[in-house]
Design a protein around this ligand. Structure first.
Ligand SMILES: [Zn+2]
Length: 289
C-alpha cells in the first residue's frame, strides 16, 4: 500500500498525546464516562475493545517494526493517519455530493493513555471508537501494536481498515442510520434483538470500509496482500473469535459485531462493488447477513 500518495485531511487530525492522560491509563473506563462509553459501544461499536476485556490483561508486547505506522513514537504515524482520514473525506465527500448531500468531515483524535471525548472519558482500554456527539474518531495508536502482537494482524492496510471502519460509523451518523437504529434498539424487547441491530450497524461499517478501500485501490496501489491484511483483522475481531479467545466458547446471542466470516464477507462486498448501496445490511433477514 502506498499511503503516501493519498491526500491529507487538511487539519482533521488532532494529536493529543501527552495531554489529558488519565493516571493509571490502561485501566478499564469507570464512572459515568464509562457508562456513556459503554452505551456508545453498544450502539456504535467500540470494536476491538472486546479483546481488551474478558478479564485479560491489557499489557501489550511491543514488537514494533521501526518506521512502521504502528510505531507510536514516530511522527510518521501522524502523517499516515492524516492521509487515511484525508482519503476517507475525499471518498465520502464525493458519494454524498452525488446524492446532493454535504459530508461533514469527522475529526481524528490521536491520544495516548486517556482523553476526554464528547461521549465521556476514554482510555486506551476501550480501543478505537467513534463519538457521534462530537464527530470524533478516537484512537490510541498503541492499539496498532496490540493488533500486531495479539491479533496476528498488523500492517498499514489493516490499520487503515480500522480507521475506515470508524469513519463508516460517522457516515452512518451523517445519514441518520445510527439514529434510526438507536430508536429501534430502544424499542427492542430482548437483548438478542437489540444486539442484532448492532450487528447490522457493524457489518455495514465494515462494508463502508470496503467501499473506501475500493476507491483508493489505484491511487494507493492496494495489493491482494493488503486485502489479506484487512481480512485477517476482520477475522480476528469477529465476535465469535473474540469470544472463543476470552471465554473459550461462543454465545451467538451476545454477538454485537458479527462473526469473523460475516465481517470479512461484508468488507469484501464493499471492496469488490465499491458501491455503498450494496452495504444495506438492514433489509436482509438476520440469518442471511
Ligand atoms: Zn464498529
Amino acid at each position: 500500500m502506498d499511503w503516501k500518495n493519498l491526500p491529507g485531511s487538511g487539519g482533521g487530525l488532532q494529536d493529543r498525546r501527552g495531554s489529558g492522560g488519565v493516571p493509571g491509563g490502561g485501566l478499564a473506563v469507570g464512572g459515568i464516562g464509562g457508562l456513556v462509553i459503554a452505551l456508545i459501544a453498544m450502539f456504535f461499536g467500540i470494536d476491538p475493545s472486546v479483546i481488551l476485556g474478558g478479564g485479560q490483561t491489557t499489557q501489550t508486547q511491543t514488537q514494533t517494526q521501526s518506521g512502521a505506522p504502528a510505531d507510536t513514537s514516530s511522527d510518521e504515524a501522524n502523517e499516515f493517519l492524516d492521509k487515511i482520514l484525508g482519503s476517507t473525506n475525499e471518498v465520502w465527500g464525493k458519494v454524498f455530493q452525488q446524492s446532493g448531500r454535504t459530508y461533514t468531515k469527522p475529526t481524528l483524535i490521536r491520544y495516548s493513555g486517556g482523553t476526554t471525548s464528547g461521549c465521556g472519558q476514554a482510555t486506551s482500554a476501550v480501543g478505537p471508537f467513534y463519538c457521534p456527539l462530537d464527530n470524533g474518531i478516537y484512537i490510541d495508536t498503541e492499539f496498532f501494536q496490540t493488533m500486531q502482537s495479539r491479533l496476528g494482524g498488523g500492517g498499514d492496510f489493516a490499520y487503515s481498515y480500522v480507521v475506515a471502519h470508524e469513519v463508516g460509523h460517522h457516515v452512518q451518523n451523517e445519514l441518520g442510520i445510527a439514529d434510526q437504529v438507536e430508536r429501534k434498539q430502544r424499542a427492542a424487547r430482548t437483548e438478542a434483538e437489540q444486539n442484532s441491530y448492532g450487528v447490522r450497524l457493524e457489518l455495514q461499517a465494515d462494508c463502508f470500509a470496503g467501499v473506501w478501500g475500493s476507491s483508493i485501490r489505484a491511487q494507493a496501489n492496494i495489493t491482494d496482500a493488503d486485502i489479506q491484511e484487512a481480512l485477517q483483522t476482520a477475522q480476528a475481531i469477529g465476535d465469535d473469535n473474540l469470544q472463543r479467545q476470552s471465554r473459550g466458547y461462543v454465545v451467538p446471542d451476545s454477538f454485537t459485531h458479527g462473526t469473523s466470516e460475516q465481517r470479512m464477507r461484508w468488507f469484501k462486498t464493499g471492496y469488490t462493488t465499491g458501491d455503498p448501496n450494496k452495504c444495506d445490511t438492514f433489509n436482509l433477514a438476520y440469518n442471511q447477513l
